[in-house]
Structure formats: C-alpha cells, structure tokens
Design a protein around this ligand. Structure first.
Ligand code: FHN
Length: 583
C-alpha cells in the first residue's frame, strides 16, 4: 500500500451540503428517546385494510389513484364499503412471517396502519365495532399477533393512526372538508368533528397505546380539518408515554419528533430528524394491477442516499386481502437484505456525509470510540481506476472493501484530494462500499463550485433536484462530465445549485440543455430573478443563453431554475455557467 502524503493546510473551509449535521453537543432527553430510531435507519411501512379486497377496482372499473383511497376516489357510499368487512378474512396472515421478511430485509422497525382514512380499525376496539375483530369473519386481532412477533424478534413497532380523516364517521374529516366540500355520501349525517375526536379518535388512540405492550412509534397522518384543541387532546395522551416517538402530522404546523418527506428524498437533508416514506410501486394499499415496481438497485441506492443525508427510510408494503405480501415486494426486500448483510455497517447508526458532493456516489460516516470511519458508496465505478475523494484533509490509516476487509486499496493524496486506486473490478454493480479509517480528526474542505477563470461552472451532478412527492421525478443520469438531469417533465421540479463567489456583479447565464419544445424558466438568485425563454433544441444538447442576473453580494449563493408551468414540456440539462460581465 502506498503511504499518503499528508497535506496540512492552515485554513480549511469546512462546509457541507448536508443541513442536519449535528454539532458535537450533549445528548438531551430527546436524543435519548431518538437514539434507537437514529441507529435503525430502515423500517417497513405496512398499509393494510379493507381496501386490499377491491385492490384498485370497483364495479369492474379500474379506479385511478392510490389503492387505500378507493372509497373516496370511487365515491363509494359508506354502507357499500362497510360490506367489505363481511368478506375480509385474511386466512393466510402470518405475523411471524411478516416480521421475518422485514428482519431479513435488514429493517429494524415496522409501522402498520391501525386505522386508515376509511375508518376501519385493524385492531380490536371497544370504541367502535367497525373493527377487524368484531366486524369480519376473521374475528380476531392481527395487530396483537404482529406486536407479539415484533417483540419476539427485537423489531420496534409503530402504529399509523388516521386521526383526522375518517370517511365512515359523521364527524370525520375527508379531502376537501377545509374548502367547504361535502362528503360524497349524502346519506352520512354530518356532525361536529369534535364528536368524532372525543368518541372515536381519543379512545382508540388510548387503546392502541395501552393494549400492545408499548408502542415505539405513533404515526399521524393528513391533519385535514383538525382544530388545535383536537390535536392537544391527542397530544395529552401521547405525553403519558415519554419514550413514544411521533411524527409531524398531528396538526399543521406540528414539529413532532421527526419530519416525513413523502415519496421523495430531500436533496440536501433536513434540519430535524426525518424519515422518507416511500412506496415500492405507486400505491400504499394493495392494487392488483400496479406493477410499476422500483428496482432493488433504485431502492438500495435510495436507502444509501437517505442515510448519507442523515435520514431514515420507511419502505412500504401493501399486503393482499388474504394477508400475503406481494411477491414483487418480497423479492426486492430480499435483495436489499442481501446487500445490507454485507454492508449494513455503512448504514445503521451512521450519520450524514461530510462532503459537499461526490460525483460517483455517496458517503456515510461513523464516529465511535474507535475513531471515525467514512463509508464511500460507489454507484459509478471509475473507468480511469481512480476514485477521487474531494477535499479530504485527514490522515488515513486504512482503505478497504467493507464486504471483505482483506481487500485493501492503495491510496495517495494529490492536490488536496484523496485518490484511491480502484482496480479494474466492479465489486458490486449496485453499490460498492469502501471504508476509510481516519487517523485523528476528520477534516474536509468543501468542493462547492467557486468562481474560477471568470466564471462559475455548475455541472448537473452538483444540482439539488427538488422533486414533488406525487408527480414525475427528474433524476440524474450518467456520471462525471456525462451526467445530466433528465426526465425534467414536471413543472413542479426545480433545480438548485450552491456556489460561492467573491465577486458581486452582473453575470450572464448559459446552459447546455436539450429542450423538447419552446418553454421558459424562472431563474433566481437571492431576491433577483429573470425569466428565460428557451427555444427547442431539436433533439440535441445545445448551449442556450438564458439572459443576465445580478449577484448583489459576494459569498455563498443559491441559484434556482424553476419551470414556468404554463408552457413547460420537458428538458434535460448537462451544465449551467455564470460568466462575470465586465463593467
Ligand atoms: O393519504 C395518505 C396516504 O394514503 C398514505 O397513507 C400516505 C403515507 O404517508 N399518507 C397520506 C398522504 O400523505
């Protein structure tokens, strides 16, 4: 192994794009409560209810939208939907099997819908007979069995509870209630929401917290129509369980213990604890014909991406009405589990990346009594056999393949970067993890783009892609110089870059883009903005002038590219340049 030359720099600029890097501080009671959850990083969401029976179809028609919303999306009268309870008999349900699948996938906790918006309790409830034990031929409480299996297997347990929406109750909320819309079923009498809160939500929440041997998580959802007073009544119950972790969806706004980005990964992480909830196809509740599955590669890289930004992934499964996990979910969970068996150390209990951007992948970090370890997650194995770790200014004592610590890598420092010799072998096409043992203190200099040679160059690989939860997602394709933001078809998607310039002044903007049809972009830096008209580039990448913009103060900046929704079609982008205009 080549020994490194240590380059000591007196003034190191430490900067990271990750916004939730905790400073070294004393742990608070909140930290203590969150400790297992932060360690866990990966959990299973389960959406299971009566909606698994119609499985996306009503009266022979395929109902668009997410499966568990079928009652609302197909405007099913309450009395008709209730009849599903009479047919719900998930005889193949096996709590131990579900928990084993989660455990083998490397998941450390599980959150299941105890009552979703349809109002049907999947647990035995004295507060409402509209529950699985009293209203179905199944006749008993599957969540009790699941809780026992979780406790046996050391899997933490959470219940989802739809505290506001309850489409079955006269006082329950539904989509549109805040805009004065009526419930789709005119035969359902209306009552004040507080009646429902006091007579169903509060007693049921007490039941779930009392009857299952202690829940670890209570997962609220869609606080439509919630009064602050209602939220407080539920929070008063939660307060009796000091170790219970809750999310931020009880009321709006509501901090909870963690944030819940849904169906999207925040490009730079968040300031609070956070958990991405994500489906493997396009529905939470089972839909027999939704076969649009994300690949295991996508899911493993997503888990890595989230961990590299300091968050958790709650990955959903929608079991069938028989009580089985769809095969496509099981296959993916197995593959994720196989990867985690070899590489779990690089995910569990790690914290966010210290680097600004890594063009070839991600990084996670572990700091413990043995020192600091960086885990480099290589998605794109370098063709030139050199993996560049930008701005690593620490001494390094070992560089090895995490899945086989006998496989060492040679390394050297060059021009302020660590270069790892990556032999001509792709160890894992999905994500190869290389561990770096840091000797002493971790020091990283940011590779945030800066003003150089009269311009600021912003490549696609350095863009933060803000995708909407529901909608078409743009993504980064390719790597290095060839990386491009593609599939930028949804006008809700915006791109942002951070950069730094010592030079205030007017800059001209140009971008290498492929534009399907003429459209426009709103470009913003601070309080300045400009609308740029983009011509069609007839199927090729072309340099397009986007106009000029003033940067009013030197220092760190964020530039945003926001589609003008009226005429947005589709675009791909390779780079953006800002050239300083001479006065
Ligand atoms: O409306 C629900 C939806 O059905 C699902 O439960 C998701 C999971 O986060 N939450 C709501 C939408 O935000």
């Amino acid at each position: 192994m080549k020994k490194s030359t240590l380059i000591l720099l007196s003034s190191l600029m430490l900067f990271s794009c990750i916004r939730n890097q905790p400073a070294e501080q004393k742990s608070t009671p909140h930290d203590e409560k969150m400790a297992w959850w932060r360690e866990a990083r990966f959990g299973m969401f389960i959406h299971w209810g009566l909606y698994a029976l119609p499985a996306g179809e009503w009266n022979g028609e395929k109902i668009p939208g997410i499966g568990e919303w079928i009652m609302s999306n197909a405007s099913i009268p309450v009395k008709d939907y209730e009849k599903l309870a009479g047919q719900f008999n998930p005889e193949k349900f096996n709590a131990e099997e579900w928990v084993q699948i989660a455990k083998n996938a490397g998941m450390k906790y599980l959150v299941i819908t105890s009552k979703h918006h349809d109002g049907f309790a999947m647990f035995k409830s004295k507060a409402s007979r509209y529950n699985i034990a009293d209203a179905t031929p199944f006749g008993h409480d599957p969540l009790k069995e699941l809780a026992d299996a979780c406790h046996r297997n050391g899997i933490r347990l959470g219940f989802y509870y739809s505290q506001a929406q309850d489409w079955h109750e006269p006082g329950g909320a539904f989509h549109g209630i805040e805009d004065g819309h009526k419930h789709w079923d005119p035969t359902l009498p209306r009552e004040p929401m507080m009646n429902y809160i006091e007579n169903k939500a509060v007693p049921q929440v007490k039941e779930i917290l009392e009857n299952y041997g202690g829940l670890d998580i209570l997962w609220w959802d869609t606080p439509y129509g919630m009064a602050e007073e209602s939220a407080q009544k539920l929070q008063d119950i939660v307060n009796q369980y000091p170790s219970l972790i809750t999310n931020n969806r009880l009321y709006k706004p509501w901090p909870g213990d963690f944030g819940t980005p849904e169906q999207q990964v925040p490009p730079t992480g968040l300031d609070t604890d956070w958990e991405v909830c994500m489906t493997m196809n396009n529905t939470w509740g089972y839909k027999s014909y939704d076969q649009d599955w994300k690949s295991a590669k996508t899911l493993i890289r997503m888990l890595t991406d989230i961990a590299s930004k300091g968050g958790n992934l709650l990955l959903n499964v929608g079991p069938t009405a028989e009580g089985l996990f769809p095969d496509s979910s099981i296959v993916r969970l197995n593959q994720i589990g196989m990867w985690l068996k070899k590489n779990g150390q690089s995910i569990y209990g790690t914290t966010a990346s210290p680097f600004f951007k890594l063009p070839w992948g991600r990084c996670t970090k572990r700091v413990d009594e043995n020192g600091t370890t960086l885990y480099l997650h290589v998605f794109d194995w370098p063709n030139d056999q050199l993996l560049r770790v930008p701005g690593l200014r620490s001494r390094v004592s070992d560089v090895y393949l995490l899945s086989n610590d006998g496989q060492k890598f040679a390394y050297k420092f060059e021009k302020g970067d660590l270069l790892i010799h990556a032999p001509n072998v792709t160890f894992d096409p999905i994500n190869t993890v290389i561990a770096i043992k840091i000797n002493g203190k971790l020091k990283v200099e940011s590779n945030m783009p800066v003003f150089k040679d009269g311009l600021i160059f912003l490549p696609a690989g350095f863009a933060d892609i803000y995708n909407p939860g529901y909608g078409i997602h743009a993504c980064l394709k390719g790597s290095g110089d060839k990386a491009q933001v593609s599939n930028w078809a949804d006008p809700k998607v915006r791109l942002e870059w951070m950069f730094s310039t010592p030079e205030a002044g007017v800059y001209t903007l140009e971008s290498l883009m492929n534009i399907a049809e003429p459209c426009s972009l709103n470009i913003k830096i601070g309080l300045r903005s400009v609308i740029a008209g983009l011509p069609s580039t007839a199927g090729d990448f072309k340099t397009i002038r986007l106009g000029e913009i003033e940067i009013t103060e030197s220092g760190n900046q964020v530039i945003s590219l926001i589609p003008v929704k009226e005429n947005w079609k589709s675009a791909s982008l390779i780079s953006l340049k800002l050239k300083k205009k001479e006065r």
